[in-house]
Design a protein. Structure first.
Length: 321
């Protein structure tokens, strides 16, 4: 249990550092941190001005990761993400100049503002941790994670993420408006800083993050929990108003993220409650709804919530014997 307790303590220090500048996002921040510990990528989808970019930048700083920010625009080219070959006059040859994707944590801000061709440039990086430029493959540094933001209410000049791209994000999170007290605290924090910029000191470094991720891999998963993940995902394929349900990558996302949440809670085993907590952020963005669903105002989140309420929950699973 010592490793799990160590992860829990480290996670608390990371979250405390981020919460010193980010207010009212406790649950999304914990799930985002767990996603990174599970080796995944995060999509924040919500209206502008709620602190999504600040949360991503603060999380990168607390984790001690190199951080690059990509402001997505319609005229952005794939080479602006991956890098490209440029002519070097001194040698008379073309040499590869790495793009912003060569970093520890890449923030793709307003990812739905760039074209599908450029969005797909991130697909290989997110799935295989490498990029291919002019037939040559270049490995990305480890760890490598993407946190992207998207605006769900504005469609002018935007390009919806294709299903294949959405599926590469382990979770899609919404932030929501802060409570009145939280919004007041945001203003008071700004007054106290006397400047716009915020600063979060590193809590760990990239080497320690890799070690934590390896420890998370050792968290025990009971076969009943694995079956529960599969049952939830399979239920989305037969749910009403769903044209295409979640793939096995959804089942795997539930299991991997469930392990990370268990570690952050100081446990060496995953409980059904861990899976139920993350079912919506892991599965909802993987569903393709029927036209009738849109006409009736039914959301993917509602469908997944209904599935969680209908699928039998396995008995509470304890520590491995």
């Amino acid at each position: 249990m010592n490793d799990s307790i160590s992860i829990a303590e480290t996670g608390e220090r990371i979250l405390a550092a981020v919460r010193s500048v980010v207010v009212g996002m406790d649950d999304p921040l914990e799930i985002a941190l767990a996603t990174i510990l599970a080796g995944g990528h995060v999509l924040f989808e919500d209206v502008p001005g709620l602190g999504k970019t600040l949360a991503a930048r603060s999380l990168a700083s607390a984790l001690g990761l190199d951080f690059r920010r990509l402001q997505c625009t319609p005229d952005m080219l794939p080479g602006d993400v991956t890098g490209s070959y440029v002519y070097a006059p001194d040698s008379g040859e073309f040499v590869f100049r790495p793009g912003p994707v060569f970093t520890g944590l890449l923030l793709a801000d307003e990812i739905n503002r760039t074209t599908p061709k450029t969005q797909s440039a991130m697909l290989e990086a997110m799935a295989e941790r490498q990029v291919t430029v002019e037939g040559n493959s270049f490995p990305l540094p480890a760890p490598f994670h993407v946190i992207a933001t998207s605006n769900p209410i504005e469609y002018e000049g935007t390009y919806a993420l294709p299903e294949a791209q959405l599926d590469r994000f382990m979770v899609r999170l919404t932030v929501g408006y802060p409570e009145p007290a939280g919004e007041t605290q945001i203003l008071l924090n700004r007054v106290a800083r006397q400047q716009e910029a915020t600063n979060v000191a590193p809590v760990i470094d990239s080497a320690r993050l890799v070690a934590v991720q390896q420890t998370v891999e050792a968290i025990h998963v009971h076969p009943d929990i694995a079956q529960y993940c599969v049952d939830l995902t399979r239920a989305t394929r037969h749910a009403q108003n769903v044209a295409v349900g979640a793939s096995p990558r959804g089942s795997l996302g539930l299991l991997l993220l469930g392990r990370a949440l268990a570690a952050l809670d100081g446990r060496e085993f995953v409980r059904p409650d861990d899976i139920k907590r993350i079912a919506v952020p892991v599965l909802a963005h993987r569903l393709t709804l029927t036209p009738q669903a849109w006409a009736q105002g039914v959301s993917a989140e509602q469908i997944v919530a209904n599935v969680v309420g209908q699928v039998p929950v396995p008995p509470t699973v304890g520590a491995p014997a």
